[in-house]
Design a protein around this ligand. Structure first.
Ligand SMILES: *Cc1c(COP(=O)(O)O)cnc(C)c1O
Length: 366
């Protein structure tokens, strides 16, 4: 299949990913910026994104699950690969074989890895996650004091990063940021880790006090603004386009699409585009979205369906909207952040919700 026949096209600009990595490195005062490539690099395709980041000098990667880590090892034989979910009983040998670094999230996980190190008579690398306010993963306060009271629990574990995760990093004025930072600085200072890590994408912009040694950066690499409300320090990465299948004139007495949610109020031309929620264009854009054809803004009318979206092209110059033409739904004219805002969601779900169906083009010009 060529792009000339694809209904929906997703273009991923790897050059932009690399420039965004450079921009995050420039904004970060600590030693290293790690790339977070969980969930298939936030939907963009880990097979293309991770090697592009590695070419830009990224050496440390975080994924969520062991399965993601094993896949990444196949792509990057020399990278440092860390797993947020940590390690469970039975996974030790695979982690060791593939040189995967678990983020230990609880004393039972610490014990699993310590026991394996002891049995193999070698030291095993790990990160340690301290919960300072997410109440999700990481050692809670009780476990933290138990560990401090008995540091032998870490025997045989070669502790790399001691990490924590911010709950409201995208809201710089929120007092919880400083509370988490202070708690993290206090507890991590008493632990033997080689380095400390607190900031995600937004955390990098909270000031150098939040930087420590290692940043764990995801969404900013993929073009979402890590500083909501301020101009974005990163560039758009994706472009989602759909091809016009059909254009029809509709008289004033009809409705458009499922649920009959859009009523025609004047003689109109409606273009039907081969792009739907199965391609990653959110249902919530029904009657809300904006698309672009040759820099002309056109409204989404009616409900977005699985395979099709309808746009009102009445006001476009005659002949511009024709079968075969591509319409832009996300990209240079409509940022991922703007789509998320209109869909009343967050850019993370827009990116991870990109469909498998669009024909994918990876650009890699720097
Ligand atoms: C996903 C994740 C990150 C990356 O966050 P972004 O906001 O995408 O930069 C960092 N740390 C942890 C623990 C995460 O789960």
């Amino acid at each position: 299949m060529s792009t000339g026949t694809a209904g929906a096209i997703l273009t991923v600009d790897l050059g932009a990913v690399r420039r965004n990595y450079r921009a995050m490195r420039a904004a970060f005062s600590g030693a290293e910026v790690a790339g977070v490539v969980k969930a298939n690099a936030y939907g963009l395709g880990i097979g293309a994104v991770a090697p592009a980041l590695a070419r830009e000098g990224c050496r440390t990667f975080f994924v969520a699950t062991a399965a993601e880590a094993f896949k990444l090892r196949g792509l990057l034989p020399n990278a440092a690969i860390h797993v947020f979910d940590g390690i469970g009983p039975g996974e030790e040998a695979d982690f060791a074989e593939h040189r995967i670094v678990p983020v230990l999230n609880s004393l039972p996980q610490v014990e699993t890895w310590r026991a394996y190190a002891h049995a193999k008579e070698r030291s095993m690398p790990a990160d340690l996650h301290l919960d300072t306010g997410m109440s999700r993963l990481g050692l809670d306060a009780v476990e933290q004091s138990r560990l401090q009271a008995n540091p032998d629990r870490l025997e045989g574990i070669e502790l790399d990063a001691v990490i924590s995760h911010l709950a409201v990093a995208d809201d710089p004025a929120h007092p919880m940021n400083e509370a988490q930072r202070a708690a993290f600085a206090a507890i991590s200072g008493g632990l033997p880790g080689r380095r400390r890590s607190l900031a995600n994408s937004s955390g990098v912009f909270l000031g150098t006090a939040f930087h420590f040694d290692l940043a764990r950066v995801g969404v900013a690499l993929y073009g979402a603004n890590p500083t909501p409300g301020a101009p974005s320090p990163v560039a758009q990465v994706i472009r989602l386009q759909g091809r016009i299948l059909q254009v029809r004139s509709v008289d004033a007495a009809r409705t458009v699409g499922y649920g009959a949610t859009h009523r025609i109020s004047r003689p109109s031309r409606i273009a039907t585009v081969a792009l739907g929620y199965a391609d990653g264009y959110p249902l919530a854009m029904s009657n809300h979205g904006t698309a672009f054809l040759d820099n002309h803004e056109i409204p989404v009318v009616g409900r977005v369906s699985m395979d099709l979206t309808t746009v009102d092209v009445t006001d476009l110059p005659e002949g511009l909207a024709a079968p075969g033409r591509l319409v832009d739904f996300m990209g240079p004219n409509v940022s991922v952040d703007a789509v998320a805002e209109r869909a009343k969601t967050i850019p993370y779900t827009i990116l991870t919700g990109l469909g498998r169906r669009p024909y994918r083009i990876y650009l890699d010009e720097d």
